[in-house]
Design a protein around this ligand. Structure first.
Ligand SMILES: Cc1cc2nc3c(=O)[nH]c(=O)nc-3n(C[C@H](O)[C@H](O)[C@H](O)COP(=O)(O)OP(=O)(O)OC[C@H]3O[C@@H](n4cnc5c(N)ncnc54)[C@H](O)[C@@H]3O)c2cc1C
Ligand SMILES: *[C@@H]1O[C@H](CO)[C@@H](O)[C@H](O)[C@H]1NC(C)=O
Ligand SMILES: *[C@@H]1O[C@H](CO)[C@@H](O)[C@H](O)[C@H]1NC(C)=O
Ligand SMILES: *[C@@H]1O[C@H](CO)[C@@H](O)[C@H](O)[C@H]1NC(C)=O
Ligand SMILES: *[C@@H]1O[C@H](CO)[C@@H](O)[C@H](O)[C@H]1NC(C)=O
Ligand SMILES: *[C@@H]1O[C@H](CO)[C@@H](O)[C@H](O)[C@H]1NC(C)=O
Length: 513
């Protein structure tokens, strides 16, 4: 604690001294490194202002003392060495899709920004020689797919194309290929990562295998990943990147039917691991005039209406059905367009066993939350939307992770306990006061749903890092075994706990007991 206070004072002290350096000490030190010339941006510069506009959620867009936009792993190495030498607090971002304050950027410190800018770290390269796809953290999935499609391949990446590579892969990653390949991080063959001492390390099944496993789901707790080498996935339709999928929209009266169909899908998807589904309840008072139920379904072999989705087709006529054979790029673009940026967003998560009761209970509570937010926004003449999503985390997904070398997401402990459901609630608004009033209500809703699941003996402690709210200590929920691996890797590769002490954004490994 004392250490942190000194760090913060140290960072600001330059404001009070030499006029010529009204720049915080930490930024000044970085600016004096030759190799980083033109990569340090202060408030007032165009690049700084442009980067502030690229956060998915306005609530996350905190203004740092300065931003650093590295171009190479060597730059990242210099940055880490300098920040450590000068005790400078920092945050880390790639695509900027994490939603809550201090999830990626920082106010008191420096944001290391893997920017989506040519010449910085956003490249995707297919290497037929190694058989791997190399992806830099600043890329976005849309562009990764666009680069890979002409080669007839893809990777297990984000479903919405706007999502960033770095955060998605460091937190786990649910792709269209979850049932057939496990979590996206399970398909990473090799990491290039800058460690706390500034060294550039490689982690794969042969070299530093403990680090390789511990990086899968660790967030930024062990180092800054500068390149992900992923196993490719071959898609049907040579050179076309074809899959089948889209969204079916139902009226709110179909809520129970959709939940029942998802429970059934989850229990049977092991028979068709190329199919995936998630169910969402989207409330858009001004846009769609209320609540709709939406099921996103995909088949990565490009097969139309496979049997796995019979439950959803049995519900009756959909209000709209965009399912079709199309490129993966086109589908990921459709999913991005359905989730616009520029609002104040909150993500909050939970998980439980595959059973309709907690999902229906939550739907009822979400309806009540929507009614309350409706009243709040009326008096403030503001807007809001909510999306409540449920999706499968099956036993066979967990088995895929284990077979591919394991990760530190902590799901192994549920493998004998059957299929599970991942719950996500998103609240979006254009008004800070609505957000302030919505956050405790959403937190209470999640606590309520968790208590209900517990009563029925359906609870799971695990919180998905990429969906967790800042108030949810996500890494503390991975269970003893995964936490032990993370702590051991941290003690070995970051003995001074740089990524817990100086990194002030993102989730952290709790201290060893
Ligand atoms: C519209 C939308 C759609 C989404 N769809 C999906 C989905 O289909 N599946 C899914 O699983 N999730 C999904 N998510 C959640 C998403 O995975 C997380 O928000 C993720 O953090 C986004 O990655 P990013 O690079 O954009 O994040 P950022 O906000 O830039 O980074 C988040 C955190 O990741 C870590 N990080 C980033 N870069 C690095 C790096 N180079 N090295 C080490 N750590 C790093 C840091 O701790 C950082 O704080 C979605 C989110 C949104 C907003
Ligand atoms: C101090 O800094 C301000 C703003 O950067 C500048 O306008 C002013 O000329 C400086 N004064 C001196 C004495 O350097
Ligand atoms: C890198 O970012 C630029 C935007 O500056 C974009 O035009 C380019 O396509 C991106 N490259 C890749 C491989 O995504
Ligand atoms: C389809 O599923 C099988 C079995 O899980 C898997 O081996 C294969 O890679 C998958 N193919 C695609 C294109 O998803
Ligand atoms: C269905 O969705 C598509 C794509 O969003 C849209 O173009 C179309 O107008 C919608 N149709 C109906 C009947 O709502
Ligand atoms: C709410 O949305 C409507 C249109 O959807 C827009 O006209 C209005 O300005 C928005 N309100 C605020 C406070 O932004």
């Amino acid at each position: 604690m004392l250490f942190n206070i000194l760090t913060l004072l140290g960072g600001l002290v330059a404001f009070a001294t030499a006029n010529q350096t009204r720049i915080p000490r930490c930024c000044n030190a970085l600016q004096s490194i030759d190799e980083l010339r033109g990569k340090v941006y202060l408030p007032g510069s165009d690049t700084y202002a442009d980067r502030m506009e690229t956060y998915f959620s306005k609530s996350a867009a905190l203004e740092p003392w300065c931003m650093l936009l590295p171009s190479t792993a060597e730059d990242v190495s210099l940055i880490v060495k300098d920040l450590v030498a000068n005790n400078c607090p920092f945050g880390v971002r790639s695509g900027g899709h994490s939603s809550h304050p201090l999830s990626n950027s920082v106010e008191k410190g420096i944001t290391i920004d893997f920017a989506f800018i040519s010449g910085h770290m956003n490249a995707t390269t297919w290497n037929p020689d190694t058989g791997l796809v190399s992806i830099q953290p600043g890329g976005r999935w849309q562009d990764v797919y666009d680069v890979l499609t002409p080669h007839g391949i893809t990777v297990a990446g984000g479903r919405a194309g706007s999502v960033g590579v770095g955060g998605f892969l460091s937190g786990g990653g649910i792709s269209f290929f979850a049932a057939s390949h496990g979590w996206a991080c399970d398909t990473i063959a090799n990491y290039e990562v800058v460690l706390a001492d500034g060294s550039i390390a490689y982690a794969n099944a042969q070299d530093n295998p403990d680090l390789w496993q511990a990086l899968k789901g660790a967030g930024a707790n062990l180092g800054l990943v500068t390149r992900f080498d992923m196993f490719p996935i071959e898609l049907a339709g040579p050179s076309e990147g074809i899959i089948w999928g889209g969204n079916m929209i139902f009226g709110s009266e179909s809520g129970s039917d959709l939940i029942n169909a998802l429970v059934d899908f989850t229990d049977n998807v092991y028979k068709d691991e190329n199919s995936s589904a998630s169910v969402s309840f989207s409330y858009q008072p001004k846009l769609a005039g209320g609540m709709v139920g939406l099921v996103s379904i995909e088949n990565t072999l490009g097969l139309s209406k496979p049997k796995a989705f019979n439950g959803f087709y049995g519900i009756g006529a959909a209000l709209n059905d965009t399912t079709r054979i199309d490129t993966m790029s086109a589908l990921s673009r459709e999913l991005s367009e359905g989730q616009p940026m520029g609002f104040r967003n909150m993500f909050i998560t939970a998980s439980f066993k595959n059973d309709p009761r907690p999902m229906k209970y939550a739907l009822d509570k979400v309806n009540k939350l929507n009614a309350e937010l409706e009243e709040i926004t009326l008096t403030l003449s503001a807007n809001f939307t909510t999306v409540y999503t449920v999706q499968p985390v099956t036993k066979s997904i967990i088995e895929k992770s284990i077979a591919k070398g394991g990760n530190v997401m902590g799901l192994d402990r549920y493998v004998d306990d059957g299929n599970g459901i991942l719950f996500l609630l998103i609240v979006s608004t254009d008004h800070a006061e609505v957000e302030r009033l919505a956050i405790p209500r959403a937190e209470a809703l999640v606590r309520d749903v968790e208590a209900y699941a517990k009563e029925l003996d359906l609870e799971r402690e695990w919180k998905y890092l990429n969906y967790a709210h800042g108030s949810q200590d996500a890494i503390a929920t991975v269970g003893e075994e995964a936490l032990g691996k993370l702590q051991a890797a941290s003690a070995k590769y970051d003995p001074h706990r740089v990524f817990q002490r100086l990194r002030t954004s993102g989730f952290k490994i709790p201290r060893d007991k």
